[in-house]
Design a protein around this ligand. Structure first.
Ligand SMILES: Cc1cc2nc3c(=O)[nH]c(=O)nc-3n(C[C@H](O)[C@H](O)[C@H](O)COP(=O)(O)OP(=O)(O)OC[C@H]3O[C@@H](n4cnc5c(N)ncnc54)[C@H](O)[C@@H]3O)c2cc1C
Length: 370
């Protein structure tokens, strides 16, 4: 066997790449190997998401998540400014019925977490159906281009040196080797490492199962992001209607389109790993299901609120598994999962619910290895 490598990161999504850089640049690991089962980096959740750099507005039922977004958001914008897209106006509207938050509560919540908010200009408010919407606000919340983000990260990895990213190389299992090292059994063979970090997002449990270590409670959703083109006069507009079974239209810069997602129609299937007699492999579930779009239902609901969007056209839909901690299902919070020494000495499994959670993860890794 080769000499042990300092660290192995499993998964080359946004988390895996950024963690590899942190281990190498900030925590003194000289050799880091990243294993990625797909043929390219950031092709799974880190691509098929809504491309929103969360400013906290989404989480009126979880002050802590909203507050962490307010703290992490400017750090993300500073670090990945090249990938941040903010040349559009974003409006949050509060629905009159079924919303879990009313206008007054939303204003108080934004004031509490320090999130910028102002009443929308009257010509924008007129886009909304006043019978369906209580209030419309102008907010500051950008998008990101995941392809630019990938390029920035891979360029930095090349400059840093000492990080090998291995594509098309799935990690089958991991096992303790001696007191502290870990053997990482990948398709290409086995590597021994002093530290292993798994950043496999929805695929944490299949790896744990194959390795005979405890699984973690996770909830998965097969999600559809409809990609739409807006009429010219609306191209620089994004809208989120809060906070019940509502919807969001956000720029998706890597395709030059917008995503449309709807809390009722975007999740096609939902399950919790620990509620089934046999845990399912989320990517296998996704691959086995027919991709039958629910765009028409999303559109019909959106037009009840925003009749002016009638010219919107579907161009495509993209699909991925969205994974959250079970607690998040009831309050929409997005805490991170960070478990050092999970089942094996020096094995850490992590899962972040949104991109800017990464800074909470890096902080925990610094405490662990700094
Ligand atoms: C539909 C949807 C919408 C979202 N919207 C937003 C949003 O608007 N804003 C936001 O901040 N966040 C959003 N998120 C969450 C965000 O996308 C994730 O928090 C983030 O992408 C997680 O990054 P990751 O690197 O952990 O996961 P991924 O990008 O999924 O990377 C994990 C990688 O691990 C690889 N892998 C898995 N198992 C193995 C193995 N055994 N061996 C080798 N490689 C393996 C996978 O192939 C994958 O490339 C959304 C997520 C989804 C799915």
């Amino acid at each position: 066997m080769q000499r042990p490598t300092d660290a192995v990161v499993i998964g080359a999504g946004f988390y895996g790449l950024r963690i590899a850089l942190h281990l190498r640049e900030s925590l003194g690991f000289n050799s880091v190997v990243v294993f990625e089962k797909e043929d390219a980096a950031m092709d799974r959740a880190s691509y098929v998401n809504q491309a929103r750099v969360h400013g906290g507005y989404h989480y009126p039922r979880s002050i802590l998540t909203a507050y962490r977004s307010q703290v992490n958001f400017p750090v993300f914008v500073r670090e990945f400014g090249d990938a941040v897209v903010d040349d559009f106006e974003h409006y949050y509207a509060i629905a009159r019925t079924l919303s879990k938050v009313n206008a007054r509560q939303f204003e108080l919540f934004c004031a509490r977490v320090g999130a910028f908010l102002e009443p929308a200009e009257s010509e924008v408010a007129e886009l909304f159906n006043p019978l369906a919407v209580e209030a419309v606000y102008h907010v500051t919340e950008p998008a990101f281009d995941s392809r630019v983000l990938r390029r920035v990260l891979l360029d930095r990895i090349e400059v840093a040196g000492g990080i090998e990213v291995r594509y098309g190389d799935r990690v089958e299992s991991i096992e303790q080797a001696g007191e502290t090292d870990i053997d990482v059994h990948a398709q290409s063979g086995t590597r021994r490492a002093h530290a292993v970090v798994s950043a496999t997002y929805s695929e944490l449990n299949p790896l744990h199962r194959r390795s005979g270590i405890p699984t973690v409670p996770l909830q998965h959703e097969i999600t559809e992001m409809a990609l739409v083109e807006l009429p010219d006069e609306l191209r620089k507009t994004a809208v989120t209607v809060m906070d019940g079974p509502f919807f969001s239209v956000m720029p998706f810069p890597s395709r030059g389109l917008h995503t449309l997602s709807h809390v009722r129609y975007t999740p096609h299937h939902r399950w919790r790993d620990d509620e089934l007699p046999r845990e399912l492999d989320p990517h296998e579930v996704l691959a086995s299901l027919p991709a039958v779009s629910r765009y028409q239902a999303m559109r019909a609901d959106l037009l009840r609120f925003l009749p002016g969007f009638v010219g919107m056209e579907q161009k495509d839909s993209i699909w991925e598994v969205k994974t959250v901690l079970p607690k998040s299902a009831s309050d929409d919070s997005r805490p991170i999962l960070f478990r050092p020494d999970h089942g094996l000495r020096n094995y850490t499994c992590i899962m972040g619910g949104k991109l800017d959670n990464i800074y909470d993860v890096l902080q925990e890794l610094t405490i662990l290895y700094g």
